[in-house]
Design a protein around this ligand. Sequence first.
Ligand code: NDP
Ligand code: HSE
Length: 436
Amino acid sequence: MNPIKVGLLGIGTVGSGTFNVLKRNQEEIRRRAGRGIEIAVVADLNTERARELTNGEVEIVSDANEVVSRPDIDIVIELIGGYGIARELVLKAIENGKHVVTANKALLAVHGNEIFEAARKKGVIVAFEAAVAGGIPIIKALREGLTANRIQWIAGIINGTTNFILSEMRDKGLDFDVVLKEAQQLGYAEADPTFDIEGVDAAHKVTLMSAIAFGMPVQFDKAHVEGITKLSAIDIKYAEELGYRIKLLGITRRRDDGVELRVHPTLVPASRLIANVEGAMNAVLVQGDAVGATLYYGKGAGAEPTASAVIADLVDVTRLHTADPNHRVPHLAFQPDELSSVPVLPIEEINSSYYLRMRVADETGVLAEITRILAEGGISIDAMLQKESREGEPQTDIIILTHITREKHVNAAIAKIEALPTVLSAVTRLRMEELN
Ligand code: NDP
Ligand code: HSE
């Protein structure tokens, strides 16, 4: 059988990884797919670099529009990124009856509903394993492996750049900016690294997982997003003293009244496996009602780990493109007419435990006032740490860990605590998840 023909849009980090792995393992991949997979044309703005990367073996064009319109191309791989030109090209490819493979979580988190609907109408596949957690086959696991389960929650370290930054800062005491530069050089960071450090990239990914897990449309605009830029070294240290690690987690949880969808720095007990995921590694913990907790771990970024997921999608499409579209696995795991309009809950309505740090005057009765406010708000204290004040400085840090409570109740208590004359700083509030 003739090889299936692929057009590659963008040969940067992931594009070149895809080209190299496909070439290196072509025979093994052919035996799995049932026919060869051939990159017939590459589109990239930098045609000279593209020619070098492909050793002059492939046709190179500068205009990606040419590729999505060519009748000889069966599958288009979009590895340009962003939601400008990438959206236009993906929609055009679908319109022209091409299957699409993409690693572009930003595009799908923001425009996924439109893209999946266009693909459904045309009977083509949009595959996106590489869009979440790089090389970890988490989309396959959620969409197929766990299909018997009512999924209850997902919590994941799903941004390699920020996990790398947090690990290097903690272990080597390196500065934020230095580690971020290293992550960029290693090809982990997004073209705009604020997407990584402000939690946006993780929010794109958890939005996609949430839609697949709970059978709802993608709702990135409803996600709560906080990154690591406001995290201070002292909280990482105090968390350690209390037996916790701070990780940037993407969390989504099903409740009777809606779905929580959030990204923020989170204290996790140091004894949990996920708390020990370091560097650019990713890990996703999924709780299903039948299977219990399952954990998926691996490289979440980089050229070849991500290529691994891109090529897995290429093989899937190669095997399935002749199947009746109604018999394929739906893009969001649930049949399109079975998606539910379950609401995403505002952040004030989430349930979590909290870490509260405040600087107080080292005077009699301060702690009693603070605990009284928490008790009046119905907030139960789990643990507390009071640092010794330094000589000649009658001030100290108090750290309180709470049991699970509604976020709006904690916010109300914090406002009252901050109004106390003996509380000398704003209260630092971090969320904490036991993940058990
Ligand atoms: P790169 O920036 O390394 O690669 C993008 C490539 O696309 C560049 O070669 C760029 O050329 C080219 N390009 C830009 N505009 C056009 C255009 N109009 N037509 C043709 N080519 C164009 O990005 P990555 O490979 O890192 O990322 C690609 C996608 O994969 C993104 O969606 C990203 O979020 C996702 N992803 C990335 C991972 C990673 O580890 N890097 C992991 C998982 C997903 P030029 O350089 O000249 O602008
Ligand atoms: N910038 C992303 C990360 C790439 O650091 O995880 C993988 O999606």
